[in-house]
Structures are given as structure tokens and as C-alpha cells.
Design a protein. Structure first.
Length: 185
């Protein structure tokens, strides 16, 4: 729980009474590798904070191919800004541990803690900036450059997640990824 409180304190201040409220509403959740935090077509049941592990956001294209859109690692929040069914899957790429809040409890925290929405807005802004920084270059680069940038931006991920997920993220086959990895060693 301290990890989540430390994370929140980077974006705003909360007092001990507010920390106690947050702590009382929090629950632990563990997902095994390949289990889903949310599936496409379902509405988020929780707001989650990744304590340990990596998740990936993925979808299926019109050919039925699985496409990995982004990886999210420790110290990030998972939630939906709207109460509508998800269009994507959020899947554990490794075994994961979360701190979760039911949507009702999250709403109660939001309604009780003055400035909570402002804290969350700062978190969302930072996450969007990180996402843009990671995704934008992928569109215009060759596969080798994309892989090198992936290693730069996600230095700890390559050895923690399956190569099939990395290949999907980079938009290449797993055999192409293997060739690229051999050529740059």
C-alpha cells in the first residue's frame, strides 16, 4: 500500500485521514500471466494500480491477428475515464500484483478527498505523455530501429515478457524479431 501512497504523493498532497480512507478501500488482486484485468466488451470493475508485473493492452485486428498496443509496468494506474465497455484487452504479460478499488469505492474517494480529481488529472496527463512518447515513433521506422527504440524505452521488459508480445507490439513476426535480435548482439 505504501507504494500506491508514494505514487499519489508525487502528484498532490493527502493527509493521514485521507490515507486511512484510501487504505481501507484498497484490496489486493493477483493475476497469473495471460489472465485478463479487463476483456474487450466488458466495463471496468476496478481501478487498479500495478504493484508488481507488466500488463499489455491488446486487441484483434480485422484479420483476427492479436496486436499489442502498449505495455504498462509497475507504478501505473489502470482505469477507464468513461463507464463504457472496453474496446481492448488488458492482459497480464507476467504474473502481476495490484492494489484495486471497486468503482464505487473509487467514486467515494473522489467525492470525499478534496483535490483528488486534480491529482488523478495530473496522473492521466503524465500517462498520456508517456504513451505518446512510446508509440509515435513506431509508425515511421524500420523493424530494427523499432526494436532498438523498444529496448531503449522499455529496458527491463525484453527479458520479462514473451517475445511473441514484443513482436506483436513492433508489428513484425516472431521469426523476424529473432533475426533482428541476433543481428544486433
Amino acid at each position: 500500500m505504501n507504494q500506491f501512497i508514494d505514487f499519489i504523493l508525487q502528484f498532490g498532497n493527502v493527509n493521514q485521514q485521507q490515507i486511512d480512507l484510501i487504505t481501507n478501500k484498497a484490496k489486493a488482486l493477483e493475476l497469473r500471466k495471460e489472465e485478463y484485468f479487463i476483456e474487450a466488451g466488458k466495463v471496468f470493475r476496478y481501478v487498479g494500480f500495478i504493484v508488481e508485473g507488466i500488463v499489455r493492452i491488446c486487441y484483434y485486428n480485422n484479420k483476427g491477428e492479436e496486436i499489442t498496443k502498449i505495455f504498462i509496468e509497475e507504478n501505473h494506474l489502470l482505469f477507464s475515464l468513461k463507464n463504457v465497455p472496453s474496446t481492448e484487452y488488458i492482459q497480464a504479460a507476467t504474473d502481476c500484483r495490484f492494489i484495486v478499488f471497486s468503482m464505487r469505492d473509487w467514486e467515494e474517494i473522489t467525492n470525499t478527498i478534496v483535490g483528488w480529481e486534480h491529482i488523478i488529472q495530473k496522473i492521466v496527463s503524465k500517462a498520456l505523455a508517456e504513451k505518446l512518447e512510446r508509440v509515435t515513433p513506431l509508425v515511421s521506422q524500420d523493424a530494427t530501429t523499432r526494436y532498438r527504440e523498444f529496448i531503449e524505452k522499455y529496458p527491463t521488459l525484453a527479458n520479462r515478457i514473451p517475445l511473441s508480445y514484443i513482436a506483436s507490439y513492433l508489428g513484425i513476426t516472431q521469426s523476424s524479431l529473432s533475426r533482428i535480435r541476433k543481428s544486433i548482439r
